[in-house]
Design a protein around this ligand. Sequence first.
Ligand SMILES: Nc1ncnc2c1ncn2[C@@H]1O[C@H](COP(=O)(O)OP(=O)(O)OP(=O)(O)O)[C@@H](O)[C@H]1O
Ligand SMILES: [Mg+2]
Length: 381
Amino acid sequence: MGVEVVIEGLTKSFGKQTIWRDVTLTLPPGEVSVMLGPSGTGKSVFLKSMIGLLKPDRGKCVINGVDVVTCSERKLYDVRKLFGVLFQDGALFGSMNLYDNVAFPLREHTKKSETEIRRIVLEKLEMTGLSGAEKKLPGEISGGMRKRAGLSRALVLDPEIILVDEPDSGLDPVRTTYISQLFLDVNAQIDATFLIVTHNINLARTVPDNLGMLFRKELVMFGPREVLLTSDEPVVKQFLNGRMDGPIGMSEEKDSATMAAEKAMFEAGHHAGGVEDVTGIPEQMQPTPGVPERGGARRRKDRVMRILHTLPPAAQEGIIESLSPEEQRHYGVQPHHGITSQRGQLPTEDVAALPGSGWREPRPVTDTDRVPPPYPQQGRP
Ligand SMILES: Nc1ncnc2c1ncn2[C@@H]1O[C@H](COP(=O)(O)OP(=O)(O)OP(=O)(O)O)[C@@H](O)[C@H]1O
Ligand SMILES: [Mg+2]
C-alpha cells in the first residue's frame, strides 16, 4: 500500500523571499492528489522539498515516521527510494537511449541482474506505450514520448509515492487524458500515493481524489476534490475558469487598485477570457476496465464519510451524489437530504467501513508511538 505523507507547518524561503509558509496537509495513502496554483507560487519547490532536494526553513514532512526536513543524509537516502518522481521537463539523460534511462535507477539503487533489469524496463516501457522505442535517444522523440519515458523511469523502483510535476506541459489534450488514465491505472495496480502538480483544469477536475491550491504564499485549501470544485473562493473560481477577472494577475498577485480598474473594464464589456463557466463536480475518471479496482478510492470513501459533516454543504451534496444507492444506504445518507441517520454524523466510530476498504480503527496513542513507527506505517489521515 502507498504510504501516508504528513506535512505540518512547512515554510520555505530563499533569502528574504518567502515562497510559502505554514503549509499543512496529509496525502492519504494510495490516494491521488493534485496541487494547483499560479505560476511561481512554489509548486515545484514544494515537490522538491518533499524529497529533501530543498530544505524548508521550518515544519515537518513525515514519511514512514521519518521527517525528511531534519533526518540524516543516510535516512534521506532510504526514504528517497520510496519515491518515483517525474520532473517538469522529464529530466532524461540526453546521451542515453530510453532503455538505459529507464534502467538507470535499477542499476544505481539495486543489485538486480541485467536479465531482471531487462524484464522490468521492458514492462515499464510497455506500460507507458513505448515498446519498440528503447533504442531512441531523448532528442529523437516527441515531448509526449519523453514525458512517458520519464514516467517509466519513475516507476521502475515500484515507488510508494509518485510525484509528478506538470505532466501535461507540452502535451496535446488527448495525450494528456491518456497520461491521466495511465496515472489512475498505475495507482490501481500498485496503490502508490500520488501528488500531481498541474495547470490542466480537465485533469484537475476529473482525475484526483483530493485537490489543493497554493496562492499568496499559502495553501488556500486542500481536501476532497468536491470541496475545491464547489468552492466560492474568488481565486479558486478564477483559476478554474482561466479568466483575467479576479485576484490572480500576470505577476502573481494584483493590488486592489489594479483589480478595481480591471473590474470596471470587464463590466464595460471587455472579454475577460475563458469561454464557459467551469462549475460543478464532473464524474471522476476510473481505471481502465480489467485493471483492478483502486484501493485508495475505496478507502477514501470511508475517510471522506468520516469528515463529511465538517465539509461545506455543496461538497457534502457532491460526495453523497457520487455514491451508489447501496453505499448511500450503507453510510446513512441521501441526496438532497444530507445525513439521514446517526451513522452519518461525524466524527463517529459508528460509520461502518465499506467491506474490503481495509479501514482499521487506530489504536489509542501509547508511549511507544512516540518512537518512529516501523515501515510501512498505516495511519489515518
Ligand atoms: N533554487 C532556487 N533558488 C532561489 N529561488 C528559487 C529556486 N527555485 C525556485 N525559486 C523561486 O521560487 C519561486 C517558486 O518557484 P517554482 O518553480 O516552485 O514555481 P511553480 O509554482 O512551480 O511555477 P510554474 O507553475 O511556473 O512551474 C519562484 O519565484 C522561483 O524563482
Ligand atoms: Mg513548476
